[in-house]
Every structure is written in C-alpha cells, then in structure tokens.
Design a binder for this molecule. Sequence first.
Ligand code: FES
Length: 61
Amino acid sequence: MYVCVCNGVTERQIRQEVAAGARRLEDLQDRLSVATCCGQCRDYALELLERELAGRLAVAV
Ligand code: FES
C-alpha cells in the first residue's frame, strides 16, 4: 500500500529501510523522500516507523 503518493513510497519500502537501520523520520526522508512534498503522509509514515521500531524491540527482548 502506498504511504506517500507524491513520491511513490510504499509501506514495504519503509519496513525495508527500518530493517536497514532507519530510526527517525529524517532517515526515511533522506532515503525515500517520504513526506518531503505535500506532507500529507507525514503522520502515517511516522506511525509506521514507530510501529516497526516497537515490533523490532519486542522481538529483541
Ligand atoms: S503524500 Fe507524501 S509528501 Fe505528499
């Protein structure tokens, strides 16, 4: 599913970037350009990032 229509960024790409080390929204912006145009996707991209990071912490504990 697309998260950022402006830049064609999908949930899958965000998950892949978190797996590759992205930890902040700025990391995703640098790597994928998500939330760098109209900004409508910013909140959801951040939510997805936080959810992925929380899931990784739960697995690591
Ligand atoms: S939908 Fe992501 S910047 Fe516009």
